[in-house]
Design a protein around this ligand. Structure first.
Ligand code: FES
Length: 66
C-alpha cells in the first residue's frame, strides 16, 4: 500500500527502513524522502514506522528466545 504518494513510498519500504534502523519520521525523510513534498503522509508514515518497529522488536525477541 502506498503511504507517500508524492515519493511512491509503500508500507513495505517503511518496514525495510525500520529493519535498517529508521526510528523516526526524520529518519524516513532522510532515507526515503517521505513527507518532503506535500507532507500529507506524515501521520500515516509515523504510524506505519511505529508498527514496523514493534513487529521488528517482537521478531527479535522471538528469535532470541528460540
Ligand atoms: S504524500 Fe508524502 S509528501 Fe506528499
Amino acid at each position: 500500500m502506498y503511504i507517500c504518494i508524492c515519493q511512491a513510498v509503500t508500507d513495505l519500504d517503511i518496514h525495510q527502513a525500520a529493519r535498517n534502523g529508521a526510528k523516526t519520521l526524520k529518519d524516513l525523510r532522510r532515507d526515503l524522502q517521505v513527507s518532503v513534498d506535500c507532507g500529507r503522509c506524515a501521520s500515516c508514515a509515523r504510524k506505519c514506522l511505529k508498527s514496523a518497529n514493534e513487529d521488528f522488536s517482537e521478531r527479535l525477541q522471538l528469535s532470541a528466545s528460540a
